[in-house]
Structure formats: C-alpha cells, structure tokens
Design a binder for this molecule. Structure first.
Ligand SMILES: [Zn+2]
Length: 327
C-alpha cells in the first residue's frame, strides 16, 4: 500500500495543507483562513474537518502514515506552538498531541525554517548531504541546521536562530526586543529599511524614490537593480555583505558542506548570491575557504512549506526504523 504524509503550514493569515508522497509529489492541496477562528479549539476542529475530507478524497489504495506541521515558534520536543507573534492565540498550543489523538498517527511539529531544512534534505538539493544549513529569507530570517544527518534542535527546541544574532549592537531595532539582529538587515523587511537609508544618503536619481515603505517590496527592488538603479544595486550589495560576513561566522560553528538560501530575497539570483559569496569568502577563517557552497533551495515554489512540513514525517519514520534496526 502506498504511503502518504500530510504537511501543514500554519501561517498568520492562511493555514495550507497537502498530501504528499515519498518523492515529494503533492496529491492534494487545500487551505483554511487562520484568521477566521477566534478560538484555537475551533481552528483545530476546522483544520481536522478539512483534513478528513482531503484524506477521504485523495487516498484510495494508499494510507496516510503521519502528519507534519511547520509553524513559527513550533517546538519539536513539546509538539507545541509557543507565543507565536503571527497568531492571535497566545497560550501554548499542543497541536502535535491533538492531531495524534484525532487521527491516530504520529504528528511531528517544528518551526517553519527547520521544516524547510528537512524538506531540502528529503526532497531538495541537500539529498545525500549530512551537514548543511538552510537560511529562509521571508519577512524575517529563519534558519535550520542539519548536523550529521540530523536536524539540530538544541536543549529547548530553539537551536539555530541565526536571524537574531547581532551584526551591530547599536544597530536597527528588532521585533525580538534586541538591536542589530541579522534579520533587521537581511530579510524582505531588512532590505526595505536599507533602501530607505540609501535613498536618504544618495543624491542619484532612483526609481524607488517616492514609493512608500508599505508599498515597497523585494520584487520592485530586484527589478530596479536589474535595470541598473544605483540605489537598488547598492541595497543588494549591502545586504549580501552583511549576510556573507555573518555566514563566515555561522560556518565556523558546524562546518557545513553547503548553505541554502530559500525565499523571496533568494530569488533575486546573482544580485544576492554574488555579494554573499564574495563577502563570506573574504571573511572566512582560511581553513574554510573554498569549501562551503552557497546554493539556491530546490523547493522554490508555492508548495514548499507543505513539502517541508510533510518531510518531517518521512525523516521521523526513517530515523525510527534505523533506531529499531540498530537497537
Ligand atoms: Zn532580533
């Protein structure tokens, strides 16, 4: 019987889900509006109903063997979402336990960047790699570390928050309460802040002048840079420099084979990859030079968060099998 997994990506606006096979083919996709539910219990019931229907409609001659969930502030150890800033429910949300009880199959939950890292290992460009890092460049900057073939969770399930390490102790204010965090410079929001600073510093004409902060987005900055806009080009160079310098330090901790860039900003291609690679290499401890690849994620499509979440189940089942075989 063909085995399938469910992947669920809980976002502040929408919760997307899909039913996925071992090769990463998505057989069914759906979503519910996260914001429609005042009560967490109602949200869970809505999600469970949608899933039951999806499973009923998709699965003939196959069975669903587990549920993977990716969410901001998702904790792998406890299976809970804790104090997520993008959700209105501030209590500890025991989602993994609730799904397991409801459907009678294992549920693995972690934060969205960790899910992206496992997704890259199971379906993407990190297949066969044992040591790598995934940097997700969205509204903020997330990161997931895989060491010796295993996702790094740490003592409290919150390992690898590179986005909140410092690049400038007296720098920009960050949502986390600190100052100068990497994500205040390197993220969709970070590059907008950089563009605004550069517009203030430079006298050259720029097509980005006159666009309000709220209307400005990564795509506009990318397209302007491709047309040769001085400020947009300088913004990418600056962003790549900060990211490259930070990655030259990140590398030292776990000695990865590769670092994958995922998400909106990474789709700017050479504009972000070239300065990142150049500044990482220039700042690397000599022992590491020329050894660490910076690569694009293979999961750059709409279904990426669902794939990441569903991959958690395959990884969990593989490790369980391995554990039983060697016990
Ligand atoms: Zn921070």
């Amino acid at each position: 019987m063909k085995e399938l997994t469910v992947g669920i990506d809980i976002g502040g606006t929408n919760t997307k889900f899909g039913i996925v096979d071992r090769q990463g083919n998505v057989h069914h996709q759906g979503s519910i509006a996260t914001t429609d539910y005042e009560d967490f219990k109602d949200f869970f019931d809505g999600m469970a109903d949608a899933l039951r229907e999806a499973i009923h409609n998709t699965v003939s001659g196959s069975k669903v063997v587990g549920i993977g969930v990716g969410a901001a502030n998702g904790n792998y150890y406890t299976g809970t979402i804790d104090q997520a800033t993008n959700l209105k429910w501030k209590e500890e949300l025991p989602l993994a336990k609730m799904f397991t009880e409801e459907f009678g199959i294992p549920c693995v939950l972690t934060n969205d960047a960790n899910a992206a890292a496992v997704g890259e290992m199971v379906y993407g460009n990190a297949k066969g790699m044992k040591d790598f890092v995934v940097i997700t460049l969205g509204t903020g900057l997330g990161s997931g570390f895989v060491c010796n073939g295993t996702l790094l969770n740490g003592k409290h399930g919150i390992a690898g928050e590179v986005g909140h390490t410092s690049v400038n102790p007296t720098g920009r204010y960050c949502n986390c309460g600190k100052r100068g965090c990497l994500e205040t410079y390197v993220s969709a929001t970070g590059i907008k802040r950089t563009v605004y600073k550069l517009l203030a510093d430079h006298l050259e004409p720029s097509e980005l002048r006159g666009i309000s902060f709220d209307n400005l987005n990564t795509k506009m900055i990318t397209e302007a840079a491709m047309r040769g806009d001085v400020v947009a080009k300088a913004a990418f160079e600056y962003t790549g420099r900060i990211l490259g310098m930070k990655l030259s330090e990140t590398v030292v901790h776990t000695d990865p084979e590769a670092i994958f860039l995922f998400g909106g900003l990474s789709q700017a291609g050479d504009l972000i990859f070239k300065p990142t690679i150049r500044h990482m290499e220039a700042n690397l401890m000599p022992l590491f030079r020329g050894k660490v690849k910076i690569l694009p994620s293979a999961l750059q499509n709409q279904a990426a968060p669902i794939l990441g979440a569903s991959s958690l189940v395959w990884d969990y089942l593989d490790k369980k099998k391995h554990h039983l075989a060697t016990a």
